[in-house]
Design a protein around this ligand. Structure first.
Ligand SMILES: Cc1ncc(COP(=O)(O)O)c(C=O)c1O
Length: 385
């Protein structure tokens, strides 16, 4: 076999396999509720900045490997303004070529073979590949309904003792749960002074419906323990641009930066300029994004409640985590939804075995489609009741 043993033992990426595939569905027009990004366009100002930046000769060449000063300054200013967190732009900031890239490479940067990495279950699918590429050992961090928060006391001390890295992500994909600052305070306190580091994946930072989502770096002593990974993909509708950054613990940041000097030759300068412009000018846009999804959440949840269809309360992010009716696991229910209601949802199982009896429903649809989807789901209430 040509493929290495290491790569062969990693399961295929569920979304890599299914994205863009032709979908067979029933007679109704298809409603795609499996999408993982907000439905809006990148704001015009960012596009204009990007297109002008293409013409700047400096941007057509290699740039400083670790990022332009202006981009790093915008990151520092953004964290100060949004979270009152101070960052050192040389030691505590690492630009990322899409956060998926940083999240998957991180274990190779700081975890040794046979050390443990705790992965939320249910949780974002891509972390696992990173753990396996580092020859490290994934261990489940069980998250329970309805809040899906870590319960550290339930993990054996012998597991914690050999854990080098923990992934957290709030607002949570796939469950729609959020963390309060107490959750982060407790996590930091628990692991301060140990060998365990925490990465908080803040991909859906903008989307908090009942409170503004806290940054893990607001917790006391957080920089001893944690980094936070911030994506421009969802908040700014810039998923195609592939840009984000990591901030926090300087040893972890240094390791990530070293890795990147060997795997990248600097981020396209025009992309950095566009990201800088976004961070400096679109705070209000982030709030509007959250308001849009909050409104959708309210309408959608009211429709489900109306027919006694059970769901996990969605407090942030863009996904609703829906339990399957009796007799269906997530995959069977996805097939049923497609055949009977022409709704495409994501099954819960790629998010871990605790997702087996759930489907993930994205609210990244316009109001009309969302209402139609809610009506179609309402007509299935007999399956639940
Ligand atoms: C929880 C989570 N983290 C990270 C990512 C990666 O985002 P990006 O690489 O576009 O920054 C995603 C994308 O869907 C996500 O859902």
């Amino acid at each position: 076999m040509v493929m290495s043993d290491r790569l062969s033992q990693i399961p295929d990426s569920y979304f890599g396999k299914t994205m863009g595939q032709k979908v067979e569905h029933g007679p109704l027009p298809l409603i795609n509720m499996a999408v993982g990004i907000p439905d809006g366009a990148t704001p015009n100002g960012i596009l204009e900045c990007f297109s002008k930046a293409l013409h700047i000769p400096e941007n057509q060449k290699y740039v400083a490997f670790h990022g332009k000063d202006s981009f790093k300054q915008a990151i520092v200013d953004f964290y100060q303004r949004q979270y009152q967190v101070e960052l050192d732009k040389e030691d505590e900031v690492c630009i990322l070529y899409g956060t998926k890239n940083g999240l998957v490479n991180l274990p190779q940067c700081i975890v040794n073979p046979d050390e443990y990495v705790l992965l939320p279950n249910p949780g974002y699918t891509d972390y696992l590949a990173g753990v396996k590429l580092a020859d490290a050992i994934p261990k489940p961090l069980a998250l329970n309904s309805p809040d899906y928060l870590p319960e550290w006391d339930k993990i054996e001390q012998s597991v914690l003792d050999n854990t080098k890295l923990i992934y957290l992500t709030y607002p949570n994909n796939p469950t729609g749960s959020v963390a309060t600052s107490d959750v982060f305070d407790e996590a930091i306190q628990r692991f301060n002074g140990t060998k365990t580091k925490i990465v908080h994946d803040f991909a859906y930072s903008a989307f908090g419906f009942d409170q503004k989502n806290p940054s893990i770096l607001q917790a006391p002593n957080s920089k001893n323990v944690a980094i936070e990974v911030f994506s421009l993909s969802k908040g700014y509708n810039m998923s195609g641009f592939r840009v984000g950054f990591a901030v926090g613990n300087k040893d972890v940041i240094q390791a990530l930066k070293k890795f990147q000097t060997h795997t990248h030759a600097g981020m396209f300068g025009a992309l950095q300029d566009a990201a800088t412009y976004a961070l400096n000018h679109y705070d209000t846009f982030l709030e509007e994004q959250s308001d849009t999804f909050k409104r959708r959440r309210d309408v959608f949840e009211a429709k489900l409640s109306d027919k006694n269809i059970p769901f996990e309360p969605m407090k942030g992010g863009i996904f609703l985590w829906l339990a399957t009716p009796k007799g269906y696991d997530g995959e069977a229910f996805v097939e049923y939804l497609l055949a009977e209601k022409s709704i495409l949802a994501a099954p819960g199982i790629p998010f871990g075995d605790r997702g087996r009896n759930y489907v993930r429903i994205s609210l990244a649809l316009d109001d009309e489609q969302l209402l139609e989807a809610a009506n179609r789901l309402q007509s299935l209430s007999y399956l639940y009741n």
